[in-house]
Structure formats: C-alpha cells, structure tokens
Design a protein around this ligand. Structure first.
Ligand code: ADP
Length: 492
C-alpha cells in the first residue's frame, strides 16, 4: 500500500480484450448469456460489458476446480513446482505491470501512482507465498504408547474467494498467494464494480502454466453469483473481504454446509495524536490515514483523536493540507485524489456529510461533490465530533475524517475501543511508554506507531471483534488454507 518509484509518466490507454468467464483455462460465455456494464468512475462512462455468471456457471467452475484438486496434474505436482508456477506468474505480472496498473486505475478510479504501488504489493505477495509452497510442514508427535504419530498439512480444498473493489488486484494476490502455496484450487468472484483487471491476470496465469481448473474467475453480483459460491456444497472454504453486513449474510447462508470461513471486514480505526508527537510527521500521518485512496480503505484512520493541547493547531494544519489536494483524472500522474468507485458510494458519503452537519459536528472543509463529472468527493474534515454521532460510529469509506479532542491516555483508550470494529489503530507520540501502553490496550489486529497504512505481505493482517475472522498475509494465512491430518502407526 505504498507508492512506487516508477517515473511520473501517463500510461497508455489499456485495451479491454477479456470480458468472459474463465473456467478450466477456457474463456466461456455464461449459460444464460447474461452480462453487465462496468464503468470508468472518473467519467461515469461505460467501459465494457462483462459476462455475468449464474449458479450454473458457478457449478461448472466448482466442478473444474474439484477435478483439478483431486485428479488433475495439480493434485500430483511437487510443492516446489507449485512455487515455480507462482514465481512465473509474478514475473509475467511484472512484465505487464504498466498495463495492469492502467487497467486498475481506469476501472477502479485509483490514481495511477497508487495503482502502481498496488502492483508492487501484488508482486511481493505472490513471491512471498511462492517461497512458502515447499515449506508447509507437519510435525512428528511424541504420542503415548507404541505408536508413531505425525501430522500432514493438506490443502483445505476448493476455495471460493469473494473480493471487493477497493484493491482489486492486491486482494486477488492476498487470496491466491496462500491458496496456491497450500495446493488449493480457486473459484474467485471479483467485485462487480471492478471486474476487468483480474481477467487479465487470469490470462497471465494460463500463460504461466497453471493447469486447467486451478484458477477460475467468474464475475457477477453479490446476491446471485456470490451467493451461489457461498451455498455451493462442494466448496470447502470461503474467503471474503467486504462489508460487515455482507459477512453476516454470508455466515448465515454458509451454515448449512459448515464451510471454513475467513472474513476481512471494515473498521472505524482510531488514530491518536499526542501533544508530544512530531507535529509534521503526525499531520502527514493523519492525512495519509484518511485520504489515501479517497478513504476507501478498510483501515482508514477515520476517527482522529487529537490531544486538546494541540487540537486547534493540528486541525488547522490538516485542513490546510487537505485543501491543497489535487483531484482529477486518475491516469494523470500528477493527480493526488481520484473519484470514489461509484455513484452509489459517492451518494452514501455525501449523505454522511449531511448527517454530520445535522447532528452538530463542525464542517471545517469539504462535504461536497467535486465537479459534476465522475464521482469525486472533496476531502472533508469534521471537527468537534462526539463519540455518539453517526459519523464517528459508521464506516463511511470516503475522504471524511472525524476529529475528536481528548485529554488523557486512559480516556482515549476507552473511547478508541468503544466500537464494534477492531481492524487497525495508530498512535503518534515520542514517548515510548505511551506507544506501548496504547499498543497493548487498543483492540485492533494492527497497530501503527508514528506511521499509518504500513501493510506488508510478511505480517499478519485481520480484525478483532466485528472486523473479521482469521488472518491474511504472513505465515498465519496458510493456517486457513490447510487442514491438519494426524496419522498414527502401530509399531512392533
Ligand atoms: P461494498 O459495500 O463495499 O461493495 P460488499 O460487501 O457489498 O462491499 O461487496 C464485497 C464483495 O462481496 C463483492 O464481490 C460483492 O459482490 C460480494 N457480495 C455482496 N453481497 C454478497 C452476498 N450476499 N453473498 C456473497 N457475496 C456478496
């Protein structure tokens, strides 16, 4: 999630060649011939019509994935060779990085700089897990009696992976990486807002040499295509990233088949600024925390707690910086903020801006749509927000920060934890005591000290409370893609 050092160059406009379903290494039409339109959020224009999978297509993809898992070449491949295929895929993605970044920027609206940064994350993730493929080991166990016991760690099976629109390719890599390293086969549904980039990576996966059925890509909507994945009896695990309300539906819908589930959901992350912090670093940190990718990050630092002593100066500096932000065409390398992903998301954010004002928060900056073309929202700062206000409780998923003044460590820990979420948290301070006290007490899966949005493929990532179940990234993610089998042999 960090910007790349690629030169500031406008990328060539990407050609859209792939719009079908990818099942069993073939590009196929949906059984009922349906399709849906996908948009450029910077203009609102239709980019392409994309094949929409129904339940029959999901079933076809699951059958291909099952066959690949049980009897195809993938079922017999050496673990090291799985790793080699993953390295090959990473090399091909690297070769086509500019095209993929441009496609991501066009369909998702993220700035080309951020899209290039995402691609770096994709490469790191695939290569990290490629290295894991032949290192997933069992144990020998000192069992009682005249027996030998050992454990095997085997792939959990066919996995359904449902991903969101904010980091389409990075989320794909976070899900494919551990699944492929563990030897699983995949049926993935990208988000309906951003169906395009995954298809191009699917094409590269075929070129890399992944056998038929290992990777299947089916686009479509959540309540239909996504639901067909969730209820399918021959899918062993669902990995989901998205909204907490969707996760509740999915958990209920998956109950009958008792699938393994992992969830990476939203947040209302507290970012705490103490008066002893380096002011410049803290302002930049708070700015990046909320405005990176237009606030469309599950880890966005949307509750900004500022110690009373520096509150006024801090907020003025933050608002001044936000005012200078350059909004515009995301493919222009000088653009700092692109559009929100869709009309629907833009309207939702603007509604929260109205609610914030009605409930009495002080609107210091923004709160409005930017321009009349595309789905842009002005960087927004609400000051003197109270914990019980809607904008301090709901995940807005936009460039809207709520500033909440505080007086003491005890108070701020209590208030930071008063939420159903627990994805990320941050603190800016020069005092090591304060940093560690907060890091231990705050209920969040990730805590940053004097930095924000540092997410690396090597470190576990996930949520406390209603921000998720399980962990992605690092060795931890592999736990969720393997089953442990105990083998016991009678000796003598
Ligand atoms: P957002 O509100 O940010 O779009 P969602 O949770 O709705 O987040 O979407 C994340 C992913 O979940 C998308 O791929 C979407 O299609 C999918 N999805 C939405 N609803 C369902 C559902 N009922 N069952 C399965 N997948 C769903």
């Amino acid at each position: 999630m960090t910007a790349t050092a690629t030169p500031m160059k406008r990328p060539a406009k990407p050609a859209i060649k792939l719009t079908k379903l990818l099942i069993n290494n073939e590009w196929v039409d949906p059984a009922d011939g349906k399709s849906f339109e996908t948009y450029n959020p910077a203009t609102g224009e239709v980019i392409a019509k994309v094949a929409e999978a129904g339940a029959k297509d999901v079933d076809r993809a699951v059958k291909a994935a099952r066959k690949a898992l049980e009897t195809g070449p993938w079922s017999r491949i050496d673990a090291a060779d799985r790793g080699k295929l993953m390295f090959k895929l990473a090399d091909l993605i690297e070769k086509n990085k500019e095209e993929l970044a441009a496609l991501e920027s066009l369909n998702c609206g993220k700035t080309i700089t951020d899209a290039r940064g995402d691609l770096d994350g994709v490469l790191n993730t695939l290569r990290y897990y490629a290295g894991w493929a032949d290192k997933i080991e069992g144990k020998t166990v000192p069992v009682r009696g005249s027996f030998l016991s050992y454990t095997l760690r085997q792939p959990v099976g066919v996995v359904g992976q449902i991903i969101p629109w904010n980091f389409p390719l990075l989320m794909l890599a976070w899900k494919w990486g551990p699944a492929l390293a563990a030897g699983c086969t995949i049926v993935m549904k990208p988000a309906e807002q951003t169906p395009l980039s995954a298809l191009r990576v699917g094409e590269l996966a075929i070129e890399a040499g992944f056998p038929p059925g290992v990777i299947n890509l089916i686009n479509g909507f959540g309540e239909t295509t996504g639901d067909a994945i969730v209820v399918h009896p021959d899918i062993d695990k669902v990995a989901f990233t998205g909204h907490v309300d969707t996760a509740k539906i999915i958990q209920k819908r998956a109950a009958d088949t008792l699938k393994r589930m992992t969830f990476e959901l939203g947040g209302k992350s507290p970012n705490v600024i103490f008066a002893d912090a380096d002011m410049e670093q803290a302002v930049n940190g708070a700015f990046h925390a909320i405005y990176f990718h237009c606030g469309q990050c599950c880890t966005a630092g949307s509750r900004l707690f500022v110690e009373e002593k520096i509150h006024k100066e801090f907020v003025d500096r933050l608002a001044a910086k936000a005012k200078g932000r350059k909004l515009g065409d995301p493919l222009d390398p000088s653009t700092e903020q692109g559009p929100q992903v869709s009309n629907e998301q833009m309207d939702k954010i603007l509604k929260y801006c109205d609610i914030g004002q009605k409930e009495g928060a002080k609107l210091l900056l923004g709160g409005k749509r930017h321009g009349s073309n595309g789905y842009f929202v002005e960087p927004t700062v609400f000051d003197n927000v109270k914990d019980e206000m809607t904008i301090a409780k709901d995940e807005i998923f936009g460039p809207v920060v709520s500033v909440l003044p505080f007086k003491s460590m005890e108070e701020v820990i209590d208030r930071a934890n008063r939420t159903n979420y627990g994805l990320a948290a941050a603190i800016f301070t020069k005092n090591i005591d304060k940093a560690h006290t907060y890091a231990k007490a705050v209920k969040a899966g990730t805590v940053w000290v004097n930095c924000y949005h540092i997410v690396d493929t090597t470190t576990p990532f996930g949520g406390f409370k209603m921000s998720g179940q399980g962990r992605e990234n690092g060795e931890d993610a592999l736990e969720h893609y393997t089953e442990t089998k105990t083998v016991t042999i009678k000796l003598g």
